[in-house]
Design a protein. Structure first.
Length: 138
């Protein structure tokens, strides 16, 4: 199924893969399905708890495919990701089509981001920050 934005959806690999964050930002949790993109890696970033997606021909980035976003929701997520990320269309590893993704444009740490560690140690504080960010938009 193709979204209104012309892709199979939005591939997310970091904080947006958590339903708690989507609920805060969108007021709902859209359809989610496991997904991956080959040729990409999810890297930890210096000084922050969220990751960046960077090209790596020997890697496969695991994440979640969000489908059913409205144009307004997609716009809000674009704003949330800000200018440090560049939207890109990436082929899904299972060959089912392409998905929109946010590709990191800055420096990274020399190791991968760990979603389990994030969930255990940083998710609650990150969620508070998302509420503040959203409140500042009103």
């Amino acid at each position: 199924m193709t979204d209104k934005i012309g892709t199979n959806g939005l591939f997310v690999y970091g904080t947006l893969r958590f339903p708690e964050i989507l609920e805060i930002l969108l007021g709902r949790v859209p359809r989610l399905a496991p997904a991956a993109v080959a040729g990409w890696r999810v890297r930890a970033l210096p000084g922050v708890t969220y990751p960046g997606l960077v090209a790596d021909p020997d890697a496969t980035a695991e994440g979640v495919l969000i489908s059913g976003l409205t144009e307004a929701e997609q716009g809000l997520l674009d704003d949330f990701e800000d200018e440090s990320y560049e939207p890109a269309l990436l082929p899904l590893a299972d060959g089912s089509g392409r998905a929109r993704a946010y590709v990191w444009r800055g420096p990274t740490e020399p190791y991968d981001w760990d979603p389990g560690h994030f969930a255990e140690h940083a998710l609650a504080d990150f969620a508070k920050g998302c509420r503040s960010w959203l409140g500042g938009r009103l």
